[in-house]
Design a protein around this ligand. Structure first.
Ligand SMILES: [Fe+2]
Length: 478
């Protein structure tokens, strides 16, 4: 029997452009590079970090060309990683772990903007370059061919934010990224910004004052609106000043409920503010406007306990439960009418995905994601699903014994008409064989078109994007 815990073992060394065997047939039209990110090592010297999100970023690249697959993997050469490798301790406060140095030095670091650059969440493009990003203001620009770090990047603009979300959106119509930052201060604010393609400066679209900023991991975008899902897992400047690891400064206050804040993308004005029963979310699938309402599909958890469930001590339990929530739809009428809530999939469900290139901000029918099918599920999510939101049912499921698939990235076939005409790319852990495998599934029925086994395990990752030859991303996540 395979065990999910091999997906948390540290990766050693690096891999440069290794050809992988391919079983099955990769569609000939699939041509590009899947760049992925996620933690690859959970210690600095003898010091273990606490949380899954604290692991040092390991970049992974899969080049797909003419049916062949080549792969590379390399630790992100961040200041945080280089320091840890050299000194054997942590240089910065991480998501769930503090460095050994004292409170005053930690607070001094934060006051000076010396946040961690261990950018392990996903990949984006900044000013024409590739960058690994996390939720601090610091990202790491890297060479997309060699995966070597070029420099740590901080935006040199006027947008005042203390932290910003790793998940940004890309608007293909207006060729701009849209992002969200949190300005923590005497008067805290959520700041929505845009950044035109190729630009290195962000410009504010609008902002909302807030007493207790929420830990938001993603947000939603329609063609006309920005939608913030503000769950009551929040903090204050006073709490932040205690010097605890980042996430320990947040508390769950269910009485506050969860708020949808809807901003007009053109004017930045707050056009709706609606409260619903409390729930927590990491990921939105998509949002769109339909008949005067904003429709938001997201993965909802009853509370924020999933954050604590992702501490490494919990994940390393042999009976660890897979983490996922309910795929849920909210219809929020902009005229103030009653909010409707619909269960699209009972879960566990995570890494929700739509045909982002065509459907981002527009009405979609299908949501793909990772789920769990076993009677007594253990470890990570163990299947991939296609949910038909129109029929309210699971349209297809992929599963393989002792195999734990990561985020599925949808890549549409060029020239397609049908929304599900394309493939899903997912890096899965084959725990029985103790190796990872790149899966290429038919997105319409989730049949396996091809798989490329790796000679080793890649630790379970988070997010990535598929880049075609023209450098245009197919974002993996709304
Ligand atoms: Fe995420």
């Amino acid at each position: 029997m395979g065990d999910h815990r091999v997906g948390l073992a540290p990766f050693e060394g690096r891999v440069d452009d290794r050809e992988l065997p391919v079983e099955g047939t990769v569609p000939p039209w699939l041509d590009g590079r899947l760049l992925r990110n996620g933690p690859g090592r959970f210690h600095a010297g003898d010091r273990e970090v606490n949380h899954w999100f604290d692991g040092f970023a390991l970049l992974r690249a899969f080049d797909i060309d003419d049916g062949a697959v080549r792969y590379s993997a390399r630790f992100l050469g961040s200041e945080a990683f280089e320091h840890a490798s050299r000194e054997g301790d942590l240089a910065f406060m991480e998501f769930g772990t503090n460095p050994d140095h004292g409170l005053l030095r930690r607070l001094y670091q934060v006051a000076r903007g010396r946040f961690t650059d261990n950018a392990s969440v996903t990949i984006t493009r900044i000013g024409g370059e590739f960058a690994a990003v996390t939720e601090t203001p610091r990202s790491v620009v890297f060479d997309p061919e060699t995966l070597a770090a070029r420099r740590t990047h901080t935006f040199a603009d006027d947008l005042a934010v203390t932290w910003s979300l790793a998940h940004t959106h890309y608007d293909f119509d207006h060729e701009q990224a849209v992002g969200l930052g949190v300005d923590l201060g005497r008067e805290s604010r959520y700041r929505v910004y845009c950044r035109p393609k190729g630009a290195t400066r962000r410009a504010e679209i609008g902002s909302v004052a807030v007493d207790r900023p929420s830990y938001m991991h993603s947000f939603a975008l329609t063609t006309d609106h920005v939608v913030l899902t503000e769950h009551p897992f929040d903090t204050t400047p006073l709490q932040m000043a205690r010097g605890k690891p980042f996430v320990e400064n947040f508390s769950w206050r269910p009485a506050a409920g969860t708020r949808f804040l809807v901003l007009d993308r053109e004017t930045g004005a707050l056009v709706a503010e609606r409260r619903v029963d409390p729930f927590f979310t990491f990921h939105h699938a998509n949002a769109f406007t339909d008949d005067g309402a904003v429709v938001i599909d997201l993965v909802a958890f009853d509370d924020a306990s999933v954050v604590t469930d992702l501490y490494l001590d919990e994940l390393r339990r042999p009976d660890a439960r897979p983490h996922g929530g309910e795929l849920r739809r909210y219809c929020v009428p902009l005229d103030g009418g009653p909010i409707e809530r619909e269960r699209l999939h009972a879960g566990p469900f995570e890494f929700p995905m739509v045909d982002y290139r065509r459907r981002a901000g527009r009405k979609h029918r299908y949501v793909w994601g990772a789920g769990s099918e076993a009677d007594r599920p253990r470890g990570f999510l163990d299947c991939l699903r296609k949910v038909d939101t129109e029929r309210g049912e699971t349209a297809a499921t992929w599963t393989d014994p002792d195999t734990f698939p990561g985020e599925p990235v949808f890549v549409g076939r060029p020239g397609r008409n049908a929304e599900d005409d394309g493939v899903l790319l997912s890096v899965a852990l084959d725990a029985a064989a103790e190796r990872s495998v790149l899966l290429v599934l038919d997105a319409s029925d989730l049949t396996e078109r091809a798989r490329a086994p790796l000679p080793e395990v890649l630790p379970m990752g988070f997010h990535g994007q598929f880049f075609t030859g023209d450098g245009v991303p197919t974002p993996s996540m709304a």
